[in-house]
Write a protein that binds this ligand. Structure first.
Ligand SMILES: Nc1ncnc2c1ncn2[C@@H]1O[C@H](COP(=O)(O)OP(=O)(O)OP(=O)(O)O)[C@@H](O)[C@H]1O
Ligand SMILES: Nc1nc2c(ncn2[C@@H]2O[C@H](COP(=O)(O)O)[C@@H](O)[C@H]2O)c(=O)[nH]1
Length: 180
């Protein structure tokens, strides 16, 4: 079996992007209509476009999957995933449970789905340090329980709690050596 795509899913601030970076595989860049956060760069973190553009891509069959998360669209282009599945070089992607399910259903043998877990209070504190408005923080925390229950669809769940980062990182590095 050869894995082409490693997907990270989990609650907001559980550490998906942090662990993805440690995997050191090229990333699939997805699309969003949300505004960039400070430090985020178009084409590196996401392709940042407006809602109309996202809907245009979706309605013209350019998106393999698209989801609405807290008032913004997020989606993965058809071309980016087709390319990955045909390539020898595996890649990684971060997405929500719905998107992960859709891609895994299409390519069950090619996808490794990694769930990332951290305690609710730890996620809340990590979000606080992003200095986002209170209502954005509350919205993100409001889906925490549902997102944790969706971790059951993953092939592997990493405990990325504050006191367990070293082990989570070690497992990711080990996986990266096997895949890269
Ligand atoms: N094990 C850990 N212990 C403490 N802090 C951590 C740990 N893992 C990640 N963090 C920190 O938590 C914050 C959120 O991490 P990250 O952005 O990777 O989460 P995410 O799941 O990708 O979030 P989102 O889905 O909201 O974009 C970052 O500031 C990161 O440095
Ligand atoms: N189904 C998809 N979900 C995606 C995609 N890109 C990102 N995401 C997920 O959205 C939320 C919010 O992301 P954030 O960057 O605003 O914190 C998070 O769960 C991401 O994993 C995608 O293309 N499709």
């Amino acid at each position: 079996m050869s894995i082409s795509l490693v997907i990270f899913q989990g609650p907001s601030a559980s550490g998906k992007s942090t662990l993805q970076a440690q995997l050191k595989l090229p990333r699939v860049i997805t699309w969003t209509s949300r505004a960039p956060r400070i430090g985020e760069i178009d084409g590196r973190d996401y392709y940042f476009v407006n809602s109309e553009h996202m809907l245009f891509l979706f309605n013209n069959g350019k998106m393999l999957e698209m989801t609405e998360y807290q008032g913004h669209y997020y989606g993965t282009s058809m071309d980016s995933i087709k390319e990955v599945i045909e390539e020898a070089q595996p890649r990684s992607i971060v997405m929500d449970a719905k998107g992960a399910r859709a891609i895994k259903a299409l390519y069950p043998e090619k996808v490794l789905l990694i769930g990332v877990f951290a305690d609710k209070e730890q996620c809340r504190l990590r979000l606080l340090s992003r200095k986002i408005p209170e209502e954005v923080l509350s919205l993100r925390m409001s889906t925490y329980d549902a997102e944790v229950s969706e971790l059951s669809q993953c092939d592997l769940v990493l405990r990325n709690t504050d006191d367990n980062y070293d082990k989570a990182e070690l497992i990711i590095k080990f996986l990266g050596e096997g895949l890269g």
